[in-house]
Design a protein around this ligand. Structure first.
Ligand code: ASP
Length: 284
């Protein structure tokens, strides 16, 4: 089996114990007979519950002070489920997993939150003091004229100061030809309510197929335009190693844009990031 977990591009390497713990949880699920999908979900849940990362508890706030989270799961049997802008749940990835079993593939906003309630996910407040402080900092930057117009100046400012990333994700190969991917995020630091990033969009933040699984992190707006996860998967499909494919994926973006990609195949894995990224590998 091979499991790779990341704590989001931009996350300090010193936080790698988070992805490592998640990868071990995921590995334990596989060891106990769980599927690659079960393992990916369990690992991402562990990262959602770690308030140091921007997913589940600890998610960044939108400009209006709300937390709206995106999550997705996919496996190599072409099963996919996702939620976008879901609020007041502890583990969006678990709700995405439920969507996979529903007649729909992606549910967003109030509908996603209502779906979670019907599925017995109790109301939960994922807001942390750190997230509140982050929004204050973002707003004071805007007030000070450092970022006067969100979209107007977006491309002119150095990306790193504009975007707080720390999304979490995981790719799993069970060693028997089954693959799964899962991702979860609170989004980026500069975000309007209702904005949906790459994480819940098939082929953008997540993809899995018969040859492997891929998860992306970074500026969702840029990842979506390039359908990064599917493009990286196709490179693997055509014979590139997962490491070569992930590195190729980064070349699609300007160097300053924070982007990270992880991938697994039957016997191999790849990790590439334009900026620092806490990650972990479990290979047995
Ligand atoms: N890709 C995520 C988003 O744009 C953010 C991240 O990966 O940190 O919502």
């Amino acid at each position: 089996m091979i499991i790779v977990a990341h704590g989001g591009v931009g996350s300090r390497k010193a936080l790698a114990d988070g992805p490592l713990k998640a990868a071990k949880k995921s590995g334990a699920v596989l060891k106990n007979g769980g599927s690659a999908l079960d393992a990916a979900v369990a690992g991402v849940m562990a990262l959602e519950d770690d308030p140091r990362f921007n997913a589940g508890t600890g998610s960044v706030l939108r400009f209006d002070g709300t937390v709206q989270m995106d999550a997705a799961v996919m496996d190599s049997e072409n099963n996919y489920g996702a939620v976008a802008c879901i609020q007041r749940v502890k583990n969006p990835v678990l709700v995405a997993r439920k969507v996979m079993d529903s007649p729909h593939r992606l549910i967003c906003g109030d509908g996603a939150t209502q779906f979670a309630r019907v599925q017995n996910f109790p109301p939960y407040n994922p807001i942390t003091p750190k997230a509140i402080a982050n929004l204050k900092r973002v707003k004071s930057r805007i007030a000070a004229g450092k970022i006067p117009g969100w979209i107007k100046r977006f491309r002119k400012e150095p990306w790193r100061s504009m975007v707080g990333c720390d999304t979490v994700g995981m790719v799993v190969s069970d060693g028997k030809g089954n693959f799964a991917a899962a991702g979860s995020t609170g989004g980026t630091s500069y975000m309007l309510p209702g904005r949906i990033g790459d994480t819940p969009l098939i082929g953008c933040g997540i993809y899995a197929g018969k040859k492997g699984a891929v998860v992306a992190t970074g500026v969702g707006e840029e990842i979506i335009k390039r359908m990064l996860s599917k493009e990286v998967y196709e490179k693997i499909n055509r014979g590139l190693s997962p490491q070569q494919a992930c590195e190729w994926g980064l070349t699609l973006f300007e160097r300053t844009v924070p982007i990270g990609v992880i991938a697994v195949t039957l016997n191999n894995y790849g990790i590439a990031a334009s900026h620092q990224m806490a990650s972990a590998i479990l290979k047995k």
